[in-house]
Design a protein around this ligand. Structure first.
Ligand SMILES: [Zn+2]
Length: 237
């Protein structure tokens, strides 16, 4: 169920029943090459969260579209600092806690790699504000629930966008950084540099990691189904 379908009495009743799981999707606003919108991460994670909620009977909250994308500077990056990001999430969880939601029934669904470090630190941060019996939210990054290696504006992400949006400009899709065939040492160096502030365009000049030119809607549908199936299994176990 989407939060925009919830009304106060119903929402409080649902929370009281203790059976409700709440998903908070988190994305980013950042460059995704010339062919995908800057909202790509937020668009994809919103769609996955909505499908997951439908499949499992969860409540899905509005996506936190802004994230930490400093690695994409000086290309498009609208970013929030680590400490502010955690405070923001902390306040949302605090509000839910005050409504007697057990935080272990909250899922933060991440759609952007750059948010990972801040999200990893979230439990330590939260423990200062919540008692242990209140539980901790679960945090999942959706690309960990698919077999295919993930990319940035490459084959996988472009296929996913073709499956959920009519905003993809395939004529502008250009091959970007290809790491296949590089030594492990070189791959490590590239991986590390790509996550530093301003590092991504240094390793992928056109902002693309992978090759989007062969992306299809059909592949995107397959990835989506796989991700939602695996996430549902994890959430219900
Ligand atoms: Zn992305």
């Amino acid at each position: 169920m989407d939060a925009n379908e919830l009304y106060d009495p119903e929402f409080r009743k649902l929370i009281k029943s203790k059976k409700s799981t709440i998903i908070i999707p988190v994305g980013s606003i950042e460059q995704h090459g010339a062919h995908l919108p800057i909202t790509t991460d937020s668009d994809i994670v919103t769609e996955i969260a909505s499908r997951l909620a439908k499949k499992c009977g969860f409540i899905v909250f509005p996506t936190i579209s802004y994230g930490l994308s400093f690695e994409h500077e000086p290309l498009s990056s609208i970013s929030i600092r680590d400490v502010d990001y955690r405070s923001f999430l902390d306040d949302i969880l605090w509000s839910l806690g005050k409504m007697s939601v057990n935080l272990s029934s909250v899922i933060i669904l991440n759609g952007h790699h750059g948010n990972l470090e801040a999200l990893k630190k979230l439990p330590t941060y939260l423990k200062k504000h919540f008692a242990p019996h209140e539980g901790m939210p679960k945090c999942y990054s959706y690309w960990h629930f698919m077999k295919h290696e993930f990319d940035h504006a490459g084959f996988v992400e472009t296929s996913l966008m073709l499956a959920i949006s009519d905003k993809v400009k395939m004529k502008k899709a250009k091959k970007g950084l290809i790491t296949k065939g590089l030594s492990e040492k070189e791959k490590k160096r590239i991986n590390k540099l790509s996550t530093q502030p301003g590092g991504f365009p240094k390793v992928a000049k056109n902002g693309v990691w992978g090759d989007p030119t062969g992306a299809t809607k059909k592949d995107g549908e397959k990835f989506l189904a796989e991700i939602v199936r695996n996430l549902a299994k994890e959430c219900q176990s």
